[in-house]
Structures are given as C-alpha cells and as structure tokens.
Design a binder for this molecule. Structure first.
Ligand SMILES: [Fe+2]
Length: 131
C-alpha cells in the first residue's frame, strides 16, 4: 500500500470512529431527554455533543479542503444545519423549554444518521479512491 492510500484509509477509519462517538452522544441525549430526564444531565450531554460535533466537523472539513472535495459547499451546509439545530435545542433547554428537547434530539439524530449514510459515505468513497 502506498503512503497516500495508507493515509486515506487511516483518515476514513478516524472519521468512522468519530461518527460512532457523535451518534452515541445523540442517542444518550435522546434517552436522557425522554422520560423524566434530569435537566442538568441533559444540559451536560448537549454541551458535550455540541463541542464534539464542532471538533469533528472541523476535522472533516479540513480533510475535504486538503482533498479539493467537489461536494464541499453542500456538505458544509449540512454541518451548519446540524450545529444550528443543536445550539437551538441547547438555548431552548436553558430557557426551560425542556419538553421540546426530546423531539428535536430525535429529529437531529435522524438527520445525522442520513448525513452519515449519504454525504459522509460519498466523501469516504472519494477519499478511498484519491490516490
Ligand atoms: Fe459530514
């Protein structure tokens, strides 16, 4: 395997692991926000999820720029939508509108799931074939 294909395989493996952590935090948020949900715990998970998502998207976007990726703009637009949705949920939670958090968390989980299955998958294929 050449140096560049090793780099590409490692980059895809890193991104795959980051997706699992991001999805894990989203599922944790859905669980905590459903039922009687301790508000402090919900707020804590939300903040961790926002921080993690910011870091993950930044590294994915850096790799896209390094690879001159052809779907960069639309892909980044999805990332912005996800972060806007999470920040909006966090603001609602801080204002005590916690009843809305569970529904919004589920919607965001569905959106991120679709994003990973479509845009992220397309990017992973692009990286794999980028020699
Ligand atoms: Fe992405």
């Amino acid at each position: 395997m050449s140096g560049i294909s090793e780099f590409n395989a490692a980059a895809n493996a890193d991104i795959g692991r980051e997706h699992e952590i991001q999805l894990g935090l989203l599922r944790e948020l859905c669980r905590a926000a459903g039922g009687s949900g301790d508000p402090d715990l919900v707020g804590e998970i939300l903040q961790r999820l926002i921080d993690y998502s910011e870091a993950h998207f930044a590294s994915e976007e850096l790799l896209m720029r390094m690879k001159s990726y052809d779907d960069y703009e639309d892909h980044v637009e999805d990332h912005s939508q996800i972060l806007d949705a999470l920040r909006d949920v966090a603001a609602k939670h801080r204002r005590g509108e916690s009843a809305l958090v569970a529904g919004r968390a589920t919607e965001t989980l569905d959106f991120v799931d679709r994003h990973i299955a479509t845009r992220d998958r397309r990017f992973a294929d692009y990286v794999r074939n980028n020699l």
